[in-house]
Write a protein that binds this ligand. Structure first.
Ligand SMILES: Nc1ncnc2c1ncn2[C@@H]1O[C@H](COP(=O)(O)OP(=O)(O)OP(=O)(O)O)[C@@H](O)[C@H]1O
Length: 631
């Protein structure tokens, strides 16, 4: 039978997940409606508040920057009319001086703005990423059940990227664009009211059309983020489950799934490219039209003596200065919309309640004895689908409780409630008499140790992997744990010793070695309550003996819960709970249950003939039994 997953939070990599869940934690919405600016303003303010002085300063610098940018076109009128037209060479040094100074000021302020804002924007991204990751890490297990890894990765890495535009050059550029357009518009009116109003009307019409076009493009962009998250999610899963993929020779079908995803992405990008190229075609057309119009009207005005030649050239330059930021505004507008949408998704995550933040969780546990009591516990992952139907038992401190029963009977669910991964729908779980639903989970979990059959190793050294459970342990404590778990025997054989990198998920270690490492980790953690998920796979007898010795040591004096498959474990257990259909149907010691000749006796005698030291649940044993009978 496959590995146990205590509510999938500790699921072993057994292929792409199907995503199940219950109602308490939210499944993140794939595509959220466009967030309104009004709704998002408080969030934006919260985000940029620490940077408000910087933003205010940048705003002032930006005004200087934009104003200095207008010196060149403004001075052209004097250059043409006074210097060239009236041969007043005396003003030339002033004009050239003003242009040079303005250019230097403009260059310097642009440099300062980019330095200040881009760096602040990147810092903000880093802060927000850290915050989102830390928050996600503290969300309850059922949140992970419902949301794909890829989606979560996208939320942490991609969605926060957009805030760069809110903080960085985006907002300032936006304000700068508006400001320049206002400056330029005032000056254009001053030069020629008629030409300006006409151009303005055309540009407003164009702006409305552009706005319409953008409202078609925006959903495409939003959908792109969703597709990206889905494709990345599936890719992450299939890479993680590469053994299963290869084992079932599913490379081709995985490649098809990925290709389909990539093609969806391509179709999305292509449709946005088409819309974008139409927009650029339209803008070029409008610009050409406005240019021709200005030429026509301007030439007439100059000939009629209502406008000087310098005035005309300056007009054209200012017009360009006005149009460029307006065109930019639309672009920045899209970026800001994207940023707001990203921030909205980030806020959605940050509003998810952390498992320890429920107001009822007030009790902080000091060192516990390890007495666990279930009182008529009922539990359902999904509404109206109860999985545990009233489970009651007590595990006294320092005793071993073995859970046996057929697949899907509810063993992992019971363990998951012991760990506080889920909370009982009704009934109570007590730890040393404290209602676990009122306990600060961090104070409980630090007294919990978990050894799973699928050992989870990080891509780090042996030392780092053992220290994972207690990073501040001394060298002696580390070595002692490794000795007891017999990690020393293999670690010291590697040339790099404890500094040997174990590779992603420890692929360079054998199953038995990984188990020993996991036991060393638990010994080092020195938990009061120990959760063991026994491997059903048979290790060679030498490894088995070593692991058993480590486990024996580990279990001493701790309240231990074992999803038990080995007879040796079951025989030693202080109580055996036989779980069937979400109920405890029998309980007692091995001898008592054997003598009672009930369900346990059936399971035991069925298996006894199989010689193995494995206690297989009925479904699990069938194939082996058949083989044995035939033999
Ligand atoms: N995350 C989940 N969401 C919805 N239903 C679940 C979830 N996890 C388990 N279940 C259901 O709860 C029931 C009990 O499952 P559980 O994993 O506790 O059984 P088990 O006895 O540990 O099985 P096994 O020995 O196969 O690991 C099963 O019917 C299962 O389908």
């Amino acid at each position: 039978m496959g590995s146990t997953n205590f509510g999938t939070g500790m699921r072993a990599a057994d292929g792409p997940s199907r995503g199940t869940g219950r109602a308490t934690a939210a499944k993140l919405t794939a595509s959220r409606p466009k967030p309104s600016l009004k709704k998002m303003l408080p969030e934006v303010w919260k985000l940029i508040k620490p940077y408000r002085m910087l933003l205010a300063g940048s705003f002032l610098i930006m005004i200087v920057n934009r104003a200095s940018g207008l010196i060149l076109p403004a001075s052209t009128k004097y250059l043409i009319d006074r210097v060239m037209g009236q041969h007043d060479i005396g003003v030339l040094p002033w004009i050239v001086g003003a242009v040079v100074t303005a250019t230097i000021v403009q260059g310097a302020t642009s440099f300062i703005l980019t330095q200040l804002l881009s760096k602040a924007g990147q810092r903000l991204i880093a802060e927000l990423r850290t915050k989102v990751q830390a928050h996600i890490g503290r969300l309850p297990v059922d949140f992970y059940d419902k949301n794909r890894t890829g989606t979560l990765v996208a939320r942490i890495m991609t969605d926060v990227e957009g805030v760069r535009n809110l903080m960085g050059t985006g907002v300032i550029d936006f304000c700068g664009g508006v400001l320049t357009a206002i400056f330029a518009f005032a000056y254009l009116i001053h030069l020629s009211v008629r030409m300006t109003l006409l151009t303005f009307v055309i540009l407003v019409i164009f702006g409305v059309i552009l706005q319409k076009a953008f409202s078609t493009i925006r959903p495409i962009f939003r959908e792109r983020a969703v597709i990206n998250a889905e494709v990345t999610g599936r890719l992450t899963e299939s890479l993680g489950g590469v053994r299963v993929v290869k084992g079932y020779h599913a490379e081709a079908s995985e490649a098809n799934v990925f290709a389909a995803g990539v093609n969806r992405l391509l179709a999305n990008v292509i449709s946005s490219i088409t819309a974008q190229s139409f927009m650029s075609l339209a803008s070029t057309g409008v610009l050409g039209f406005v240019g021709a119009l200005i030429m026509w009207l301007g030439a007439h005005q100059v000939v009629a003596g209502r406008l000087t030649t310098g005035g005309y050239v300056t007009y054209v330059m200012f017009l360009a200065f006005m149009i460029a930021p307006i065109a930019g505004l639309v672009n920045i507008g899209t970026q800001l919309t994207e940023a707001l949408a990203g921030l909205d998704r980030t806020t959605e995550i940050l509003n998810e309640q952390m498992e320890d933040s429920e107001p009822t969780r007030t009790e902080v546990l000091s060192t516990i004895d390890g007495d666990i009591r279930f009182e008529d516990v009922r539990f359902s992952y999904e509404e109206a689908k109860e999985v545990l139907h009233g489970v009651s038992f007590e595990s006294r401190p320092g005793t071993v409780t073995a859970l046996v029963g057929s697949s899907g009977s509810g063993k992992s669910t019971i363990i998951s409630l012991v760990c506080g991964f889920h909370t009982a729908t009704s009934g109570k779980v007590f730890v040393d008499g404290h209602d676990l639903s009122h306990v600060r989970l961090s104070s409980f979990r630090e007294q919990l140790g978990v050894v799973l059959q699928e050992t989870f190793l990080f891509d780090g050294t042996i030392r780092e992997n053992v220290l994972f459970s207690r990073p501040l342990a001394t060298e002696e404590q580390l070595m002692a744990a490794c000795r007891i778990a017999r990690v020393d025997e293999f670690a010291e054989k590697f040339p790099e010793g404890y500094e040997t990198i174990v590779g992603e998920r420890g692929v360079k270690l054998s199953g038995g070695q990984r188990q020993r490492l996991s036991i060393a980790r638990a010994i080092l953690a020195d938990p009061r309550i120990l959760i063991l998920d026994e491997a059903t796979s048979s290790l060679d007898s030498e490894s088995e003996a070593m692991i058993q010795a480590g486990l024996q040591h580990l279990m001493q004096g701790r309240t231990t819960f074992v999803i038990a498959h080995r007879l040796s474990t079951i025989r030693r257990a202080d109580q055996i709970l036989v779980v069937e259909g979400g109920l405890i149907v029998e309980r007692g010691t091995h001898d008592e249950l054997y003598a009672a000749k009930g369900r346990y006796y059936d399971l035991y005698t069925r298996q006894h003939g199989l010689e193995a030291n494995l206690f297989l649940a009925p479904g699990e044993g069938d194939s082996v039994l058949e083989t044995a009978t035939k033999a």
